[in-house]
Every structure is written in C-alpha cells, then in structure tokens.
Design a protein around this ligand. Structure first.
Ligand SMILES: [Zn+2]
Length: 247
C-alpha cells in the first residue's frame, strides 16, 4: 500500500487520539465509584431483607403476646370468680371447698407461668425493636453513602464524557482527511492488535511491539520509497517513519 508520508505521520496523531479515547473508556468502566455503588446497593438489598425479616418476627411476637395476654385474662377472670365464690360463702360443702381451693392454687400457678411468658415476649420484642432500629439507621447511612457515590460517579462521567466528546470531534476531522485505504488498514490492525494500528519506528525499534527491527529489515526500509506503507514483521502494525527512526 502507498500513502503520502504526511498522511502516514498523521496516522500517528490519530493513534494518539484513539489511545486517549480507549483510556477514557477504560477509566469510565473502572471508576472506583462504580464498585462503591455496587457495594452499597448490595448492602441495601441485604438490609431490606433483614428489615422485612425483623418486621415479620415482630408481628409474630405481637400475635403470640396477645394470645398469652388473652390466656392471662381468662385465668384472672376465673380466679376472681372462684375467689368470689369462696368469699361469699356460696360454697359450703367441704369437698367442694377443697376442690375450689385446689383450683385456685393451680390457677395461680398457671397465672405465674403465663406472666413469665409475657415477660419473655416483651424482652423478645425489645430485642427485635432494637435490631430493627439498628438496621434502619444503617439503611439511612448506606443510602446517604450511595447518593454521594452516585453524585461522584456522575461528576466523573461528565468530566470523562466532555473530554471524550472533544477528542471524538478531533478524531472525526482527522480521519476525514486521511486516505480511505490507509484508514481502513489502520482500523483493521487496531481491532486485532489491542487498539494500536500504527506505531512510530523509533531508533530501529517498533514502538508497537517494542522489538528492534532486524538489520536486513532496516536496510530494506532505508531504500523503501517514502510513500510505501511499512509494516512491522513481528506485530504487523503500520510502521511510520519519523526523523528519529534511525534509518
Ligand atoms: Zn512491531
């Protein structure tokens, strides 16, 4: 392929812009804020599940407590009735009296047991409420951190995008001025060679693969016409001659 030496030199300018654009795209993909946002979002999802779990536990505990309190009421009512029967002398038969006293004793024991259960439930409830408060506090603080990370990401995006937009405009202008076949070759190599399609030949070294050119290749390049598009034997990139090429 042939191309004017000036066009070949401008290919290096294009390469510089493309490399900068690739770096910007890489920076955009790997911003530390992105990992931070992901971490905060994952924790928020965990916290949402934990809150739902705790709220369910709390509802269950409340239902159980109401049930036990209801049992306490039944026992208390029964005891009051029995006590009234005793106090008013409604029961006079000795055997009946004994059975009534016996019932009152077991009701008192049952009442004591139930009250203990009520206390246990209250403690359980407090424990869940404390946990829930902690979870909600953490939710707020993680949400605040997430907002800050999103704002920082957007600011970084805006900076990168503005930079990229400027370079993209420059690139389009430059690419429009290059011969189509040279540009197509450059693009093809760039796609398969890690983003670098053209490299300067610098003091006998290909700046694409960083390998020194064999002396035979150097002597061939020395006599090659200026408009011949040279390629590195090793990496196949377009080699652009400059005053520092060592030819
Ligand atoms: Zn090379």
């Amino acid at each position: 392929m042939n191309a004017a030496p000036e066009a070949q030199l401008r290919l290096l300018d294009l390469q510089e812009i493309d490399t900068a654009l690739d770096r910007l795209a890489h920076r955009r993909r790997t911003l530390p804020e992105l990992a931070e946002i992901e971490r905060h979002e994952a924790r928020l999802a965990e916290l949402r599940d934990l809150v739902v779990g705790a709220e369910t536990e709390l509802a269950d505990a409340d239902r159980e407590q109401r049930k036990v309190e209801n049992d306490v009421d039944v026992v208390t009512t029964r005891m009051a009735r029995d006590q009234q029967r005793l106090d008013t002398g409604a029961v006079s038969h000795a055997k009946e009296l004994e059975s009534l006293r016996h019932e009152l004793d077991s009701l008192a024991k049952r009442q004591g047991d139930l009250e203990e259960v009520v206390l246990e439930h209250m403690e359980r409830r407090e424990e869940i409420e404390t946990r829930l408060r902690g979870l909600r506090t953490e939710q707020e603080s993680v949400a605040t951190s997430l907002d800050a990370a999103v704002a920082a990401r957007d600011e970084s995006f805006a900076g990168i995008d503005a930079d990229a937009a400027g370079r993209t405009t420059d690139r389009a202008k430059l690419a429009g001025e290059l011969p189509e076949d040279l540009l197509a070759l450059y693009e093809k190599i760039r796609a398969s060679a890690g983003g670098q399609g053209a490299a300067p030949l610098h003091r006998g070294q290909c700046m694409g693969c960083r390998l020194p050119l064999p002396p035979t290749e150097m002597s061939r390049f020395r006599t090659a016409p200026a408009d011949e598009v040279l390629r590195c034997e090793e990496c196949r990139r377009i080699l652009v001659r400059t005053p520092e090429s060592g030819l």
